[in-house]
Design a protein around this ligand. Structure first.
Ligand code: PHE
Ligand code: NA
Length: 445
């Protein structure tokens, strides 16, 4: 069977950007930054993106384009009978884990979108937006419905196929979301909490750096936000042909994604302080803060509606890229049709997502890793462990299994000035840094 391809380099760029920009930039970035003390975290996060994330993004896409396969198939094809492909399965597992909670959180976003569409969220509920949020998320059925709806839309787009479904969706979306975010940031800066919020976000409190978990949180956020280490970018790269140049494309994606995160911090933190919300509120943070902003604004109802439209759509372009990882794998390895593979994976994720959703209410005492509920445990495992391990594997694969010439050639860096720098980074620096952060987290260094 002929594999699918992007229509153009722009098609790939849009899809990869659509994958990167999503809940990770707005929802996850703000609560993780809030939990980890703000400024110092931001610095570590940006360093992780620049030194590790962007170079590895190029690695991941290059492997996919060279192999023209899903993540497991790529390793098997380029390193036949070698154990590298085992780490491909880790990517497939990561995609399952992430999509399970991603779909639940995106379900919350569509629920909010609905709330603005119907006007239900225009007025501050009695007890405030925070209480209303936890009342909603701790229910058994209602959040499940929104999760199912979101996952259903994702499945339909993925089962229609790469070209028709994924490529089109992003063209209008990124600009709208960008304009919304910048406009909201400008508005947030007029709030009475602006100065304090900006200080929190941009003025590092260095004492935070004594806590090893901050480094791993920053690394995990960089991987999550860049859609790195799962096999998403590898799979998307596999739909590219050799004539497309990769380095500028991947750097552009990384920078755009990071800008979205920083701008969303400028939206959220002034409001966090203006409305007296705890920066360390965790996953509910933006779902409490944003409605407060819209409540305060003139025409906030309309703006809230447009904002949650954009956020929901941005989540869809990310979730389809997550679903594409197991689907591409099953289509090749189990020779399944795109349609049946999407349906099968979708159904499994509906159930694991249901567990995540119940973990916010009925099963909130269920803790898996440390004191973390189901969602936070899955997130920790995937984002802070599996993704960096996946990225480390990719770096070692291209840095040590490929020859230098193969590595430069696969990434379109032959005879360029940055070629040797990139090669040193992916062969030595990035792997060492990831290892150091891991060892530090478990208390060895
Ligand atoms: N990068 C996406 C976001 O920021 C999430 C994602 C992670 C998508 C991993 C694909 C793979 O929302
Ligand atoms: Na992102």
């Amino acid at each position: 069977m002929q594999r699918e391809n992007w229509a153009s380099r722009l098609g790939f760029m849009l899809a990869a950007m659509g994958s990167a920009v999503g809940l990770g930039n707005i929802w996850r970035f703000s609560y993780v930054a809030g939990e980890n003390g703000g400024g110092a975290f931001l610095l570590l996060y940006i360093l992780s993106v620049l030194v590790i994330g962007i170079p590895l993004l190029l690695v991941e896409v290059s492997i996919g384009r060279k192999a023209q396969q899903d993540i497991v198939g790529s390793y098997q094809k380029l390193a036949p009978k070698k154990p590298w492909y085992m780490f491909g399965y880790l990517g497939v597992i990561s995609a399952f884990l992430i999509l399970s909670f991603y779909s639940v959180v995106a379900g919350w976003a569509i629920y909010y979108w609905w709330g603005y569409l119907t006007g239900a969220l225009f007025n501050r509920p009695e007890g405030g937006y925070g209480a209303a949020f936890s009342t909603f998320t701790s229910q058994d059925y209602s959040p499940l419905l929104w999760h199912a709806l979101f996952l259903g839309i994702t499945m339909i787009i993925v089962l229609v196929g790469v070209k028709k479904g994924i490529e089109m969706a992003n063209k209008v979306l990124m600009p709208i979301l960008a304009i919304m975010m910048v406009a909201l940031a400008v508005y947030s800066l007029t709030l009475p909490g602006a100065a304090e919020g900006m200080r929190f976000l941009f003025q590092p409190d260095w004492s935070v750096l004594e806590n090893p978990s901050v480094y791993i949180a920053a690394l995990g956020q960089a991987f999550f936000s860049l859609s790195l280490g799962v096999g998403t970018m590898m799979t998307y790269g596999s739909y590219l042909t050799k004539q497309h140049k990769l380095p500028s494309a991947t750097a552009g994606i990384g920078i755009m994604d990071t800008l979205f995160a920083v701008i969303s911090g400028i939206v959220i933190f002034p409001a966090v302080f203006a409305f007296g919300i705890e920066p360390s509120s965790g996953p509910p943070l933006v779902f409490i803060t944003l409605p407060e902003i819209f409540h305060q604004m003139a025409f906030g109802g309309v703006i809230g509606f447009v904002f949650f439209t954009a956020l929901s759509l941005a989540s869809i372009s990310s979730s389809i890229s997550l679903l594409e990882v197991p689907v591409a794998y099953l289509m090749r390895a189990a020779k399944m049709k795109r349609r049946s593979a999407s349906l099968l994976v979708g159904v499994v994720i509906f159930f694991s997502g249901a567990a995540v959703s119940l973990g916010m209410g009925r099963w909130s005492d269920v803790t898996i890793i440390g004191n973390n509920n189901i969602m936070d445990s899955m997130d920790f495992l995937a984002s802070n462990l599996f993704l960096p391990i996946g990225g480390l594997t990719m770096a070692l694969f291209v840095g040590w299994y490929f020859t230098k010439q193969q590595a430069l050639d696969a990434s379109d860096l032959t005879n360029t000035a940055i070629g040797p720098i990139w090669y040193t980074v992916i062969k030595y620096i990035a792997p060492l840094l990831i290892l150091l952060i891991f060892l530090n987290a478990i208390g060895i260094v």
